[in-house]
Write a protein that binds this ligand. Structure first.
Ligand code: ADP
Length: 209
């Protein structure tokens, strides 16, 4: 099995809060490194000094008055910085970029759950970003009761939204994935090792020669 095809590839793990994205990205990064490909692990929003400041503004529970349109634009701004500062140079160097969240999150949270307009968000992403879509987006799907149950006591501004909001987020991810062949949906309810195997399988065409 050759992992060379992952060089210069942009891979995203996405899904609801508590779906296990950060856990799985770390495991995947270790494996990719072991196989001889340099992983660059990033998170969206964040990953740059500017992006981390935008992240603080977005997730601060005190910012309860933030409009969904403001949210959409801040997420997109953080992402624009992350792409030009980190993702594009890493891909050009032949690293494998592993990113926790991307456009799929803005689609699920702001377009579907926040009702900010699906077409608007997709068009905004096309206009604002040098590159809209990763090579592969893996959605970790978990029923809302399970993902919420995995979160700690101190919730950020997005995590603290209602159960029905988070149900819509889950549906938003599934809806987006349905129409795209660059997306894979995996079941995030089982043990960590089992999900890791599904993540590898979701990269199938890149890791099988
Ligand atoms: P996310 O980045 O999607 O918010 P995390 O990877 O931070 O999710 O996981 C949230 C919590 O759930 C962490 O405490 C993590 O250890 C735990 N967790 C992750 N994957 C699983 C799993 N498959 N089963 C049970 N708990 C898990």
């Amino acid at each position: 099995m050759s992992w060379e095809k992952l060089k210069g590839k942009f891979i995203v793990l996405d899904g609801p809060d508590g779906s296990g994205k950060s856990t799985q990205i770390e495991k995947l990064a270790d494996l990719v490194r072991e196989k001889g490909v340099e992983p660059v692990v990033l998170r969206d929003p964040g990953g740059t000094t500017i992006g981390e400041e935008i992240r603080q503004i977005l997730l601060n529970p005190a910012h309860e008055k933030m409009s969904v349109r403001c949210e959409t634009l801040l997420y997109m701004a953080s992402r624009a910085q992350l792409y030009s500062q980190c993702i594009e140079p890493a891909l050009q160097k032949g690293s494998c970029v592993l990113c926790d969240r991307w456009i799929s999150s803005t689609y699920a949270y702001q377009a579907v759950a926040g009702e900010d307009g699906k077409e608007f968000i997709l068009e905004l992403a096309e206009a604002a970003l040098l590159r809209t879509w990763p090579d592969r987006t893996i959605i970790i799907d978990v029923p809302t009761e399970i993902s919420r149950g995995r979160l700690g006591e101190s919730l950020d501004r997005m995590e603290a939204k209602s159960g029905s909001f988070h149900q819509k987020v889950r549906n938003g991810f599934l809806e987006l994935a349905k129409g795209r062949d660059d997306f894979r949906v995996i079941d995030g309810t089982g043990p960590i090792e089992e999900i890791h195997e599904q993540v590898i399988e979701a990269l199938g065409d890149y890791v099988n020669s």
